[in-house]
Design a binder for this molecule. Structure first.
Ligand code: SF4
Ligand code: SF4
Length: 483
């Protein structure tokens, strides 16, 4: 038995054996600075994105007295989304959902054409990581200086540089987290309250929460977010095909690679690793298309600089698709880039239909909403004259900034009359209700009618605004005794 137990006892995993460990150690990436047109384009997009992000909460927009004058504001307290002249109520969240779905479809479309352009240029993770790296480079030096700095023991200079870098990162993160909060509360008010200590606990909590996440994601996690946390690289392959243009190493031209000192017939790649050294995700594009590649094109700038120095044609690393690369590799003339393909037609059709439907729905949206709730108890009351009375709670959401009068009637219920509880003897065919400006106004309404056959009848409330141009219908039921 002892012998069997000895045989069956599982071996302890050897944690020092890299093949048996569940998680690989992180390989630190030290991207080198690079100059070139693509880098300049990335800087321009970065400045544009950051300027819009930081400045937009401060843009004022006059909506009249008593209403917020911030151009873009998601007012959680009053449950409104303001986008310039557009005001969305919670009931209209479908427009926001629709816009997000169309945005996702547009992203799929762009990805199917040009690969991960979003990831490489406009994704917040890329933009802020780029900014944090720029700060790091200015404080700790370029790639080689940073590698040496990290390798050496702690001394005064290293401590000073590290402290300065983290302080700068924290300041940017704080500015970023604070700006994010200002999309939810009035920017000047929030700023004043924050610095005078008069802000709500939520104001301080969320500012520091978003400060911390910016600092961690852009300063520490960096490429790990793109590689391990973000789901987008996982399913982007579903949008790619052989015609999708991505950053590509032209191996047919570059291989066999060689050192500058090698002799013989070689490709154009001199194995200088400049493309690897500038890569923000630390990969080697010469290994082919990889999940980690964000399509930023910095390796293109780096390789072009090397090719220029060597007096060889640029674009050894380029933007191209597989079809054209295969043709070039076979010595054939590459076919023209195909923008219109079955998958892009699907995206175009979806975007066209979706945008049209959204535009029509938005242009014809109601200026008020009607909702009705039947009383739960009592369900009905028998009246002395043999009729039956039901109670309802009617809510009118008036989306106009002025009070409006609405006429409420009952349809589909023959002989029905309406009362307000305080005028229960009135028995009117219609009620005139005034709903407050930019608010939901609640009314108690009584409906009187003949006993419904079988104890239940379908009926509808119809509300028409004072101008007679806008109306809303709410289907409900009228209850009575079964027999
Ligand atoms: S930068 Fe160009 S030449 Fe240098 S290793 Fe990369 S592909 Fe080869
Ligand atoms: S391989 Fe080139 S394009 Fe891809 S992430 Fe690295 S530098 Fe950017």
């Amino acid at each position: 038995v002892n012998a069997i137990a000895r045989v069956q006892k599982p071996a302890e995993p050897d944690e020092s054996d890299p093949d048996l460990r569940l998680f690989a150690d992180r390989v630190r990436v030290y991207p080198k600075d690079v100059r070139g047109p693509i880098r300049r384009a990335k800087w321009a997009i970065l400045i544009l994105c950051l300027s819009v992000y930081y400045a937009l909460p401060w843009l004022r927009w006059d909506r009249g007295p008593g209403r917020p004058n911030q151009a873009l504001l998601l007012d959680m307290v009053n449950e409104r989304l303001y986008i310039f002249d557009v005001e969305l109520w919670p009931q209209e969240i479908v427009f926001l959902s629709g816009a997000l779905i169309l945005g996702a479809a547009a992203l799929f479309f762009v990805t199917s054409l040009f690969g991960r352009l979003w990831c490489g240029y406009a994704c917040p993770q890329t933009v802020w990581t780029d900014l944090f790296m720029w700060v790091e480079r200015h404080i700790e030096g370029d790639r080689n200086a940073r590698i040496k700095l990290d390798a050496r023991k702690l001394d005064f200079d290293k401590a000073l540089r590290k402290a300065a870098k983290h302080l700068a990162w924290l300041l940017i993160a704080f500015w970023t987290g604070g700006a994010w909060i200002m999309y939810y509360v009035d920017a000047p008010t929030a700023t004043h309250e924050f610095w005078t200590g008069a802000g709500s606990p939520q104001l301080y909590f969320f500012t520091f929460l978003f400060t911390a996440t910016t600092y961690l994601l852009a300063g520490w996690a960096r490429e790990q977010v793109c590689t391990y946390m973000c789901p987008w690289p996982r399913f982007q392959a579903a949008m790619f095909d052989d015609n999708t243009i991505t950053v590509a190493y032209q191996s047919w031209r570059g291989e066999p690679r060689h050192k500058k000192t090698d002799e013989g017939q070689f490709g154009d790649c001199v194995d200088c690793r400049a493309c690897v050294n500038v890569c923000p995700t630390g990969i080697d594009i010469r290994d082919g298309q990889q999940l980690e590649c964000i399509n930023c094109g910095l390796c293109v700038d780096a390789c072009n600089a090397v090719m220029t120095t060597l007096s060889r044609p640029n674009w050894l690393i380029t933007w191209d698709n597989l079809v054209r690369q295969n043709a070039r590799a076979a010595g054939r003339k590459p076919p023209a880039i195909r923008i219109f393909r079955p998958r892009t037609w699907i995206y175009i059709a979806f975007l066209t239909l979706g945008c049209t439907a959204m535009a029509v729905a938005f242009a014809t949206r109601s200026t008020f909403d009607l909702s009705v709730q039947h009383d739960r108890a009592p369900l009905f009351a028998r009246m002395a004259d043999g009729t039956v009375r039901n109670g309802y709670t009617v809510k009118i959401a008036n989306k106009h900034p002025i009070a409006r009068r609405f006429v409420l009637t009952i349809t589909n219920l023959a002989g029905a009359s309406l009362d307000l509880p305080e005028e229960s003897a009135a028995r009117m065919p219609a009620l005139s209700l005034v709903a407050g400006p930019d608010a939901v106004t609640t009314f108690r309404v009584l409906v009187r009618g003949a006993r419904p056959p079988g104890g239940k009848a379908d009926m509808s409330f119809l509300a028409v605004d004072q101008s007679g141009t806008d109306k809303a219908v709410y289907n409900s039921t009228f209850l009575g005794p079964g027999e």
